[in-house]
Design a protein around this ligand. Sequence first.
Ligand SMILES: Cc1cc2nc3c(=O)[nH]c(=O)nc-3n(C[C@H](O)[C@H](O)[C@H](O)COP(=O)(O)OP(=O)(O)OC[C@H]3O[C@@H](n4cnc5c(N)ncnc54)[C@H](O)[C@@H]3O)c2cc1C
Length: 290
Amino acid sequence: MIPAGFEYHAPRSLADAVKLLSSLGPEAKLLAGGHSLLPMMKLRFAAPAHLVDLGRIAALKGISEAGGEVHIGAMTTEQEILRSPLLASKVPLLVEGAGWISDPQVRARGTIGGDIAHGDPGNDHPALMLALGASFVLSGPKGERVVKAEGFFKGLYDTALAPDEVLTQIRIPIPPAGSGGSYCKLKRKTGDFATAAAAVLLQMDGGPKGKVAKASIALTNVAPTALKAAAAEAALVGKALDEAALGEAARLAMGICAPMEDQRGDAAYKTAMCGEMVRRALQAAAAKCR
Ligand SMILES: Cc1cc2nc3c(=O)[nH]c(=O)nc-3n(C[C@H](O)[C@H](O)[C@H](O)COP(=O)(O)OP(=O)(O)OC[C@H]3O[C@@H](n4cnc5c(N)ncnc54)[C@H](O)[C@@H]3O)c2cc1C
């Protein structure tokens, strides 16, 4: 289908984009890579009267290190994440996760900011952000605020972003040396969203065979939003990752799953697959701990 008519705006600065959002009101939508918004417009699930394209705002791009964090401009594409030597050395979990997103065409245009702002539980960045303890910089007419990923994802396509705010930057604390991360995703075919996926970041005392010092676990597409598996995280601390600990973490993670039945499976199947993804991601993350 062809989208409903709209007016196109291409501001050259963040200030102009914010001004446009404020003056145009709720009929305006930001356009980033367009890989979630345009399909929705073509299906007429969304029919914004105005599109404000962020593509000409250079300040929204780029990856840099600052004060123990990596800062990523919201308009940075998945492909740029995959090719970043800084991310490969400092936050390899993010690079691994971005590699699981769709296919090369989507990754060439789709942005990390759009993936997060869209609030789609099937998107992979929300769980990665929760596992990595990220925070987000939001700019609006009243200025800038920084919010944590935990608490940002409110519900299905619902986030803490106000309609007149732009997500400008993603800030990720650099995991301590010796940490290990893994993203395990079950998908039916290339280009599909997750049936279930788990993002894990671990610190181990004594390497892979030692005891868990800190665990961070987040889940994709098993509820209306990405979920932080807090009980599973707490249960692992101080334990070796043996069969009993893995089984308990998987059980606790499955306990918070509430997936919707769709063509990828029913709720019981998706929940079971989530448990398996948690188990595998924990094992893979531990193997990377030094
Ligand atoms: C075939 C296909 C398969 C896909 N598979 C996956 C997958 O497996 N995993 C996955 O994670 N994603 C997947 N996606 C989604 C893809 O990653 C999108 O690119 C992403 O969800 C949205 O990013 P975007 O830059 O394209 O944003 P857009 O589509 O341009 O925008 C999405 C929404 O976010 C808002 N928005 C965008 N940028 C900002 C900003 N900076 N501040 C505030 N609001 C903003 C827009 O107004 C819009 O409401 C898939 C997409 C397709 C078409």
